[in-house]
Design a binder for this molecule. Structure first.
Ligand code: PLP
Length: 396
């Protein structure tokens, strides 16, 4: 069997339709979108079309869409830009304990460099924040509430509209990192009370290194990159025309195919979850099993063994998955997200994220489950914790 990719939350392959849309930008439409001549105008036209595709996908206006170098950049820009633009109003930001490092680490850095104050809301065992806690956390000096739409490790989807309403009722701006969410959930920035929103094309079958920051018109934000006049002088630098065109096409397709993809993904995920839970003992599903979750993610903790060891054995069996988020792989720290849900540290160490994509099949799931059964059993035979679980001793 060909290698099986179950790490779509880390990144997705570029779809054929997207690739086709991008190709002319490398060969025919190579002008600089800021140039005055026809080569430049041809590129600018494609950039305008992509801007509209993004705006239409999230219920925004084209003038509210800014192209960036990806989700990390959009998250950085919004928090740094709000701190800069609202420093006379206050220095307090509310976020959650389960944000992506793109947000988390940027806030930590701003605490050190700018003395900002950050409240990190906890989550319950399914990964949801409490709206009551959010309300009580707001201070007169609060300048931003930033809560991710859907979590990259467990897929929990927050009540974005309600969070945005609480922020607005208290005259506070609201940003959401929707990098993982756009494939799975309809987003309407007006109806959901969103002032800023981050996206990244490589999470929805578009190219890497291109993203979006949505900013509601009329809201102040510090400039991000100075230089030329691109992106209304807020984010200078020659446009990545191919990336922008790919992102526009990819988001159009993501919205067009969302219902069909969600059906396929949730069927695969549900089948996988029931197979794992019925065939492997001492396994825990992380996150929520309710409706408010991404259909593409299943996160499990396998008791008595390390997620990293399972990942490496799966890799040898031709299967790619992730332990924690890809961004923190390489570190032996357990996932901050799983710990925030109250999962004991040993179980957090034994966790794996399986994230399905539109090209995965039921046959692949069968092969993954078979491989998992063998691998988990063999690793547990080597595990002192497993040997001692019923009061036995481990003989070296
Ligand atoms: N935010 C979330 C929720 C993510 O999952 C990721 C990527 O894993 C990012 C931000 C960073 O996006 P990018 O890889 O485009 O920088």
């Amino acid at each position: 069997m060909d290698r099986i990719y179950l790490d779509h939350s880390a990144t997705t392959p570029v779809s054929q339709e997207v690739l086709q849309a991008m190709m002319p930008c490398f060969t025919e439409v190579y002008g600089n979108g800021s140039s005055q001549h026809s080569h430049g105008r041809d590129a600018a036209k494609l950039i305008d079309i992509a801007r509209k595709q993004v705006a239409d996908a999230i219920g925004a206006k084209s003038s509210e869409i800014y192209f960036t170098g990806g989700g990390t950049e959009s998250d950085n820009w919004v928090v740094r830009g709000v701190v800069e633009a609202y420093k006379t109003k206050g220095n307090h930001i509310i976020t959650t304990a389960i944000e992506h490092p793109a947000l988390n680490k940027t806030l930590d850095e701003l605490i050190r460099s700018h003395g900002i104050e950050v409240t990190k809301l906890g989550v319950d065992k399914e990964g949801f924040i409490s709206l009551e806690e959010l309300k009580s956390a707001i201070r007169p000096t609060t300048i931003l509430v930033t809560v991710m739409t859907a979590n990259n490790e467990i897929g929990t989807y927050q009540d974005i509209a309600a969070i945005g309403k609480i922020a607005h009722d208290n005259k506070v701006l609201f940003h959401t990192d929707a990098v993982q969410a756009i494939c799975s959930f309809g987003i309407n920035v007006v109806e959901q009370n969103v002032d800023f929103l981050s996206l990244s094309a490589h999470k929805f079958y578009g190219p890497k290194g291109i993203g979006v920051l949505y900013r509601k018109n009329g809201i102040k934000l510090g400039k991000h990159i100075t230089g030329g006049e691109q992106e209304r002088s807020m984010r200078a630098g020659t446009h990545n025309t191919a990336g922008i065109v790919g992102l526009g096409k990819a988001i159009e397709i993501a919205v067009r195919d969302r219902d069909a993809n969600n059906k396929h993904l949730s069927e695969l995920r549900d089948y996988f979850v029931s197979e794992v839970e019925s065939k492997i003992p001492n396994v825990y599903y992380n996150g929520t099993k309710g409706n408010n979750r991404m259909p593409s993610i299943a996160n499990f903790s396998f008791e008595f063994i390390e997620g990293e060891s399972i990942l490496l054995r799966l890799d040898l069996a031709g299967i790619s998955v992730s332990s924690g988020s890809a961004c923190s792989s390489g570190s032996l720290e357990p996932s901050h997200c799983l710990l925030a849900t109250g999962l004991p540290i040993e179980l957090a160490h034994g966790s794996l994220r399986f994230s399905f994509g539109i090209n995965n099949t039921k046959d692949q799931v069968d092969y993954v489950v078979e491989s998992l059964i063998t691998i988990i059993d063999s690793l547990r035979q080597l595990s002192p914790l497993f040997a001692m679980k019923d009061g036995g001793t481990f003989n070296v």
